[in-house]
Design a protein around this ligand. Structure first.
Ligand code: KG4
Ligand code: ZN
Length: 356
């Protein structure tokens, strides 16, 4: 019997330094995620601080994952490392480490697209999360609605035209005086709020969009953020903001969730496929999961990663690297990081705008 390949995954695209040792498709032998909390002081990620923190911790994080797995570096069969998209200085730390380790051990290195990693995260935990499916990737940097007939074949249906969904949560939290990252903070505040008390708009929704219109699948969150800002200003002037924060948070969360759910359900109907796979940090949102699950109804299948695998992590990078390696896609030492790395296998369906 042939041995399952051992993959070392490394992720440093934003503010998590992470390493994982994966055996085969889903045996996670070691996994360390170091979240840089220095960014909390600034209410968002400061790129230069992120690069420096990666540099300081990457050795220990990789060592930690290997130790947990009980595996030596020379026993690894391949190294998969995030090559983009992300913060260029941050990406370079992991990429340089991964290339050097692979070269030292005489093993192949695979540059992984961070969002393909997010798409594979759920499959790592649950073999049911397999194509064909409607994919919704919602992170701090990206928002994409995909039709995935097969791994490696990604049809972009729609994307955000401005802020990503996670970014919208982060900015809204800042406006409301809540902490970073904004998604979890808004979720906590919203738990005791009434989402109907201060209705907010649902951009690019309910205006009679039809299949083929760019607005049909595309999303936009910056107008919603401005509506929130105006509402907060009004409540502040009335001197009632502190008491209203839970209601405003609930209302904002409901608006984002409603847009994401309805766009996803359009794809579910049009593709005749009731399997939906979520990826990215916003997939953590309980409200989003509940809403899509409810709309899918009985017979629908919703797959969402566990909290640890929904935000940035190296396990998903190792999993995507395994897929690319099996297809013979191995990088050389000239492999480079790109802040705007194109998504491999992504084609645009209809008039989707591939931004965000
Ligand atoms: O995928 P991720 O860890 O990083 C990127 O690749 O961007 O996603 C981080 C994003 C942040 O914007 C954070 O606010 C959001 O995921 N997030 C959430 C929740 N948990 C994390 N958004 C909404 N609800 C949540 N429960
Ligand atoms: Zn991410």
């Amino acid at each position: 019997m042939t041995r399952e390949p051992l993959v070392l995954g490394i992720e440093t695209s934003c503010d998590e330094t992470s390493a994982a040792v994966l055996r085969g498709e889903r045996e996670l032998l070691g996994h360390v995620i170091f979240t840089q909390d220095v960014h909390r002081l600034y209410g968002g990620v400061v790129p230069e601080l992120a690069s420096r923190a990666h540099l300081r911790t990457v050795d220990d994080v990789v060592d930690g994952a290997l130790r947990e797995a009980g595996v030596r570096l020379d026993e690894i069969d391949l190294v998969g490392v995030t090559a983009g998209p992300g913060l260029i200085g941050a990406l370079l730390v992991g990429l340089a480490w991964g290339k050097a380790a692979a070269w030292g051990a005489g093993k192949p290195v695979i540059g992984v697209h961070h969002m393909e990693g997010h798409l594979f995260a759920t499959h790592l935990e649950d073999p049911g999360a397999e194509p064909p499916f409607v994919g919704l990737l919602v992170s701090g940097g990206h928002t994409m609605l995909l039709w995935v007939p097969a791994w490696g074949d990604y049809r972009l249906l729609g994307a955000t035209r401005d802020d990503a969904a996670g970014e919208a949560f982060d900015k809204a939290a800042k406006i409301l005086g809540l902490e970073y990252p904004g998604g979890p903070a808004i979720q906590r505040a919203a738990a005791s709020g009434d989402p109907k008390r201060h209705p907010l708009p649902r951009p690019l929704l309910n205006r009679g969009e039809r299949l083929g219109d760019p607005e049909y699948y595309d999303m936009s969150f910056s107008g919603l953020k401005n509506a929130l800002r105006l509402l907060v200003r009004k409540l502040e002037a009335e001197g009632v903001l502190a008491d209203e924060v839970p209601h405003v948070a609930a209302s904002f969360q409901a608006a984002v969730v409603d847009v994401l759910t309805q766009k996803t359900m359009r794809a579910v109907r049009d593709k005749g496929c009731r399997r939906v796979v979520l990826g990215g940090g916003v997939a953590n949102s309980r409200a989003l999961r509940d809403s899509i699950r409810e709309k899918l109804g009985r017979g629908g299948e919703l797959y969402a990663p566990s909290p640890r695998l929904s935000t940035d992590n190296a396990a998903m990078i190792a999993r995507a690297a395994l897929f690319r390696w099996r297809r013979g896609e191995v990088g050389g030492l000239d492999l480079n990081a790109r802040a705007d790395l194109p998504f491999p296998g992504l084609t645009r369906e209809s008039a989707a705008v591939a931004r965000g």
